[in-house]
Design a protein around this ligand. Structure first.
Ligand code: HEM
Length: 279
C-alpha cells in the first residue's frame, strides 16, 4: 500500500471524554508537582521566589489543595464511569478483559520480555495491541499514586479526623511518604512517561494523539500492529476511521505539549539538583 495514502488516513484512538480526563489529570498533576516541590525544597533560592510570585507559601498550599481536589474528582469520576457504569451497570466485559482492557494480561508479560530481547538484538520487535504494557503501567501508576500520595496528603490536610483512627506518629510518616513518593512520581512522569510517549524514536519530538484523539494509519500499523490486524480481520477498520484533526486542535495540542514538556523538564532539573545537593 502506498505510504502517502497510509499517512492520509486517520483512526480514532481516544474519545473526547478520555482526552478531557487526561487534560485534567495532566494539568492538576503538573500543578501539584510544582506547588508540592516549592514546599518541599523551600530551602533553595528558586522555591521562595516562585512562592513570592504567587502570594507566598500559604498561597502555594492553597493551590496545592485546589489541584488535589480537582484531581481526586477526576479520578473518582473515571473509576465510577469505568467500573460502576460500564463494568457493572452495562455489563461490558471488555473493560475487564481483552485487547481494549487496561487489566494486565499474559501478552503484556510476553511483550515486556520480548522487547528486552529486541533491545539486545535477540529477537523480533513485539507486536503491540491497543495498549502496550508500558501504557498500562503508566495508567495503573495513577491508581498507586492516588492511594499512596492521596491518602497521605488527605491525612495531613484533615489531621484531626485521621488522628481518630491512627496514632499521632502517622502524621510524621505521612509527610515522609507523601514527599518521597511525590518526588518519585514527578521524576517518573517528567522523565520516563515523557520519554515513552513523546521523545522516543517514532514519536519525537511530540505525539499529539492524546490531544487530537487521532493517529494516522502509518502510526497505527507501526505502534499497534496487532490492533490494526484485528480491526482488519474483523472488518472494523472502516468504522474506526475518522477525518484529520482540525488545524486549531493540532496547534493547541502542540502549544500545550511544549508548555507541559518544558515545564516538566525544568522541574525535573531543579528538583534533581536540589535533592542531590542536600545528600
Ligand atoms: C490527592 C492528592 C494530594 C493531596 C490531598 C495533597 C496534600 C498535601 C498537603 C496537605 C501538603 C502539606 C503538608 C504540610 O502541611 O506540610 C502537601 C505537601 C506536599 N505535596 Fe501534596 N497532595 C496531593 C498530591 C500531591 C502530588 C500529586 C504531588 C507531586 C507529584 C505532591 C507533592 C507534595 C510535596 C512534594 C509536598 C511537600 C512535602 C514535604 O514538605 O516534604 N502532592 N500535600
Amino acid at each position: 500500500m502506498n505510504e502517502n495514502n497510509s499517512s492520509n488516513r486517520y483512526y480514532r484512538r481516544f474519545s473526547l471524554g478520555q482526552r478531557y480526563l487526561h487534560g485534567v489529570i495532566m494539568s492538576t498533576f503538573v500543578g501539584l508537582a510544582f506547588t508540592g516541590m516549592v514546599l518541599r525544597f523551600s530551602h533553595t533560592t528558586w522555591a521562595p521566589a516562585v512562592a513570592h510570585a504567587v502570594g507566598g507559601f500559604a498561597a502555594i498550599l492553597f493551590f496545592h489543595k485546589f489541584c488535589a481536589v480537582l484531581l481526586t474528582v477526576a479520578f473518582l469520576t473515571h473509576v465510577g464511569y469505568v467500573v460502576v457504569y460500564r463494568g457493572i451497570i452495562k455489563r461490558d466485559k471488555s473493560v475487564f478483559w481483552g485487547p481494549n482492557s487496561m487489566i494486565p494480561q499474559l501478552k503484556d508479560l510476553k511483550d515486556l520480555f520480548g522487547q528486552f530481547r529486541w533491545f539486545l538484538w535477540l529477537g523480533p520487535r513485539p507486536k503491540f495491541d491497543r495498549f502496550a504494557y508500558w501504557e498500562k503501567f503508566d495508567y495503573w501508576g495513577v491508581f498507586w499514586g492516588m492511594a499512596v500520595i492521596g491518602f497521605s496528603g488527605y491525612s495531613m490536610w484533615f489531621a484531626p479526623f485521621f488522628a481518630r483512627f491512627f496514632p499521632g506518629s502517622w502524621l510524621n510518616i505521612a509527610l515522609l511518604i507523601h514527599g518521597e513518593e511525590a518526588l518519585l512520581a514527578a521524576w517518573f512522569i517528567f522523565a520516563v512517561h515523557f520519554f515513552n510517549t513523546h521523545l522516543r524514536p517514532g514519536s519525537f519530538p511530540m505525539d499529539l494523539v492524546i490531544f487530537t484523539g487521532r493517529q494516522t494509519e502509518k502510526e497505527l500499523k507501526e505502534k499497534h500492529p496487532e490492533e490494526y490486524q484485528r480491526l482488519l480481520e474483523k472488518g472494523q477498520l472502516q468504522a474506526a476511521q475518522t477525518n484529520a484533526s482540525p488545524e486549531w486542535l493540532t496547534i493547541l495540542g502542540r502549544l500545550i505539549g511544549v508548555v507541559v514538556i518544558s515545564s516538566g523538564f525544568v522541574l525535573l532539573v531543579l528538583t534533581l539538583v536540589a535533592f542531590f545537593r542536600r545528600q
